[in-house]
Design a protein around this ligand. Structure first.
Ligand SMILES: [Zn+2]
Length: 84
């Protein structure tokens, strides 16, 4: 299976194995981070792509990223696998 370099739900980098979510059998997910995906399910199943954009943007700004950068970061979020 293809291993993605960033979470296909929220675009967070997946460089470290610890950052990856888990499948039902508790193996590491190749696609999603631990915040989005645990034990084979999305942690926030009902989230829409727009809600995810708002959430990720707010998180980036909270972490001290300038607004325009946060905006750029989420701009292509809808192209990730989860939202196709
Ligand atoms: Zn994620």
């Amino acid at each position: 299976m293809k291993e993605y370099k960033k979470c296909q739900s929220c675009a967070m980098p997946l460089k470290k194995t610890e950052a990856r979510g888990t499948e039902k059998n508790l193996s590491k997910s190749a696609m999603y981070c631990k915040h989005c995906y645990q034990e084979g399910e999305f942690t926030q199943k009902d989230m829409s792509v727009e809600e995810m954009k708002q959430f990720v943007k707010a998180t980036c700004i909270e972490m001290g990223l300038p607004k325009f950068l946060a905006g750029m970061y989420v701009k292509n979020l809808h192209k990730l696998e989860r939202w196709k």
